[in-house]
Design a protein around this ligand. Structure first.
Ligand SMILES: *Cc1c(COP(=O)(O)O)cnc(C)c1O
Length: 427
């Protein structure tokens, strides 16, 4: 591997897998649960974390590791791991540093599944969350932080409200309170934004979306920048800075340095909770990554055209797309996403919820699917679908108006998508 820093496009195509002489050019699928050793002693050293190596695919698998390495490189991180889903990535990230009695501060403008995870499931585990308006001042956001708060969480571009986060503002609040900033970068992808460059400490992904890009496999990833100094706040993060009795008293920050967070998540959480990505799916995600830089361009170009078209239709009551000059988040997008944001936009139609549902039913090219951010244009009504469990108050806090249509622009020809929208509006 060359040590010269490569551009994102090259990493998309060639990162992660660097075959030697006579090895497969294409990343192989190591479809094996287990790996062979010569002596019992060799294997024992792996179990004690005295040596690194493969022994069981619930912990590590070479296909997965190559894809994780590519994603780490794309995000500019120190280490990464794959998980079975984006939900597992979010859960592992939080649970790696929080336990019963701890507290999380999150933007309220987050994916519905993440909201449920924090507000309902993790609450049952004794981890409480406070949700803040991400557009509030630093002082207001900081006021939600308590002595037992362990992290600050938000999305680069919120799903489905397409609100753009002021990442530097969130990083300042987190760091002045001695906690890491965790950013879900699913919608922006590292092609359009690298949150670590703006101060994020850990980045999570639902690789199910643009990374896979073809709606073929559910998956997640966690990338650690390696930048957060856990030892400077050692009392807050005992799991990383104090000996782990389940590994003969190893201390992650001492033994693994910048790899501490990911190593702990793999050898503790993956070992015990087992939400591993299948190597077959990792292979498919890698195929998606190889063209992600090209697809993101087309998604963004198409979405911009469609946003401009919708903005000029009299049936449209409102539209959010950060690429529109009069959008609330245009300036933040210019700063953090200068090459484009994503293919997702949201809008409402005059006449509200019923008209929205009728419009969606009339679309032909754009399919109604519980998915977003893939090659095919798709559409969803979050209040009826992904965010169905939220109360009206929670919907508003999440940036989801009851009439919001989430339109995920694919990589087809923009004129065909516009023609479909036109016929559905006029039907
Ligand atoms: C889809 C999504 C998730 C959850 O990911 P899954 O792969 O569906 O588990 C998390 N965050 C965001 C922003 C998402 O869009």
């Amino acid at each position: 591997m060359s040590t010269q820093k490569q551009s994102k496009e090259t990493i998309c195509v060639q990162g992660g897998w660097h075959p030697g002489k006579g090895e497969p050019r294409v990343l192989p699928i190591y479809q094996s649960t287990t790996f062979k050793y010569e002596t019992s002693e060799q294997m024992a050293r792996l179990f004690d974390l005295e040596e690194s190596g493969y022994f069981y695919s619930r912990l590590q698998n070479p296909t997965n590791d190559a894809v994780a390495a590519k994603i780490a490189e794309l995000e500019g991180g120190a280490a990464a791991m794959l998980t079975s889903s984006g939900q597992a990535a979010t859960f592992f990230t939080i649970f790696n540093i929080c336990s019963a009695g701890d507290h999380v501060v999150s933007s309220s403008a987050i994916y519905g599944g993440t909201f449920n995870l924090l507000a309902v499931t993790m609450k049952k585990m004794g981890i409480e969350s406070t949700f803040v308006n991400q557009d509030a001042s630093e002082e207001e956001i900081a006021a939600a932080i308590r002595p037992n708060t362990k992290l600050l969480f938000a999305e680069t571009i919120s799903n489905p409200g397409v609100m753009v986060l002021d990442i530097e503002k969130f990083a300042r609040v987190a760091h002045s309170n001695g906690i890491p900033l965790i950013i879900d970068n699913t919608f922006a992808t590292p092609i359009n934004c690298r949150p670590i460059e703006w101060g994020a400490d850990i980045v999570t992904h639902s690789t199910t979306k643009y990374m896979d890009g073809h709606a073929s496999s559910v998956g997640g990833a966690i990338v650690d920048s390696g930048n957060f100094d856990w030892n400077a706040h050692a009392d807050k993060f005992p799991g990383l800075t104090q000996p782990d009795p389940s590994y003969h008293g190893i201390t992650y920050t001492e033994t693994f340095g910048k790899g501490a967070f990911i190593t702990k998540a793999v050898v503790q959480l993956m070992r015990d909770l087992g939400a591993i990505q299948s190597p077959q799916n990792a292979f498919l995600i890698n195929l998606g990554l190889e063209s992600m830089h090209l697809r993101m361009k087309q998604h963004c170009n198409n979405a911009q055209k469609i946003a401009e078209y919708l903005q000029n239709r009299q049936e449209v009551a409102w539209i959010h797309y950060p690429g529109l000059k009069n959008d609330t988040y245009y300036n933040l997008a210019q700063k953090y996403l200068p090459n484009g944001s994503c293919g997702v936009l949201s809008f409402g139609l005059k006449g509200g919820r019923e008209v929205a549902i009728k419009f969606m039913d009339n679309l032909k090219l754009a399919a109604i699917v519980t998915h977003v951010a893939d090659a095919r244009t798709s559409v969803l009504h979050p209040a009826s679908h992904t965010h169905r469990q939220l109360t009206d108050e929670q919907l508003i806090a999440a940036g989801v108006a009851p009439d919001l249509i989430r339109f995920s622009v694919g990589i087809e020809n923009a004129d065909d998508i516009i023609a479909d929208i036109k016929q559905a509006l006029e039907a």
